[in-house]
Design a protein around this ligand. Structure first.
Ligand code: AQP
Length: 334
């Protein structure tokens, strides 16, 4: 008998134009994993409204995000690809799990603290309970692994604690998930402030490179990347600007840091930055071409979303009905 494949869940928010941070930290790994795992990949639009979004823009970005996933190589025939708000079980399980999550736990979340500082006029309850919804996303599908960038590991830890707590109060219900963070590019930094994570919602357009940026823009942004005055290409975490560019170049070319150091021995920053920009643009070009084809075919994207949501809902509602039974909700007799 064939071994049951392990389950993977992951998603990205349509809260801005997806960046090469999202690509390197998440999307690229999703593609690599789709043949060996039972994958659920989701556009997490419900998470995106924790920050104010313009409705028409959110709709457009949600569809674009789905098309970007596919353009990067996610195959909807192999994985379950869907939009979070199309499967109401996410919100339903989130409510239940919120009753098994402590206020103190949520108060310790770094992302909540950072986003509260960033959006000080809109510190809403959704921003606070974001990790509970994320736990629901993962636990609904009994995911064994969650491929994410290193910024999300605290949320995965919380999802594990919630699952373990629920399993202990009742009986084994949820699979306790593990984060899956690849070493290369686990945290891509801003090109303008290499101490800070590259974020798709950064208001400075030169800080991030978007997956859909033109070749000229990509090269220009890398040329302007903040580095230091040492003028030598050597990997040293204490020199975050150069370390970040070397990480990016390494992911896009498959070269090790030693190979990169040899290649650019005695070469100035200008030439190195140009090489990073060109490697990035070369990788993104075929993705952009596929994206342009996909986004022009709205009917096809609609059918992918519909099939994905139906498939996801079947698993999600099996888990949710188990949970409802365990906590003591009366069955709804139709
Ligand atoms: N800079 C990054 N380096 C590596 N991985 C990253 N990820 C995000 N930024 C980097 C990973 O991308 C996946 C999707 O992220 P998300 O959309 O759920 O939210 P996020 O982590 O908050 O990403 P952003 O780009 O910073 O969005 P905004 O600006 O809206 O907050 C996750 O697996 C994440 O780890």
């Amino acid at each position: 008998m064939e071994d049951k494949k392990k389950v993977i869940f992951s998603g990205a928010q349509p809260s801005g134009k997806l960046s090469i941070g999202n690509y390197i930290g998440a999307l690229k790994n999703w593609v690599d994993l789709q043949n060996d795992y039972d994958c659920y990949y989701c556009v997490v639009d419900m998470h995106a409204i924790t920050v104010r979004q313009e409705p028409a823009e959110l709709r457009r970005r949600t569809l674009e995000t789905l098309a970007i996933y596919m353009a990067c190589g996610i195959d909807p025939e192999k994985v379950t690809l869907f939009v979070q708000s199309h499967v109401p079980a996410h919100a339903e399980l989130s409510w239940v799990l919120g009753c098994y999550t402590m206020f103190g736990e949520l108060s310790r979340m770094t992302q909540f603290k950072e986003k509260s500082r960033k959006y000080e006029n809109n510190i809403n309850a959704g921003l606070f309970t974001y990790p509970v919804l994320m736990a629901a996303d993962i636990l609904l599908y009994n995911a064994d692994l969650v491929p994410v960038g290193v910024d999300q590991t605290q949320h995965i830890e919380l999802a594990r604690n919630i699952a373990q707590r629920f399993n202990q109060v009742y009986s084994p219900t949820f699979v306790v998930p593990e984060g899956y963070v690849t070493k290369a590019g686990a945290k891509i930094m801003s090109l303008q402030d290499p101490e800070k994570k590259m974020s798709k919602s950064d208001p400075n357009p030169n800080a991030n490179v978007n997956i859909l940026d033109s070749r000229d823009d990509i090269i220009r942004k890398f040329k302007r990347a903040v580095t230091d005055s040492e003028a030598c290409i050597k990997y040293d975490p204490a020199r975050p600007g150069i370390a970040n560019l070397m990480s990016i170049y390494s992911v896009f070319t498959g070269k090790s840091f030693e190979e990169i150091e040899r290649e650019f021995d005695g070469v100035g920053y200008g030439d190195f930055k140009l090489a990073v920009g060109e490697a990035c643009a070369d990788t993104l070009a075929p993705i952009q071409e596929r994206f342009n084809q996909l986004i022009a075919d709205k009917d096809y994207l609609d059918s992918v979303m519909k099939n994905g949501a139906e498939k996801a809902a079947r698993t999600a509602y099996r888990t949710l009905s188990k949970v409802y039974k365990k906590v003591g909700f009366l069955p709804y007799v139709r």
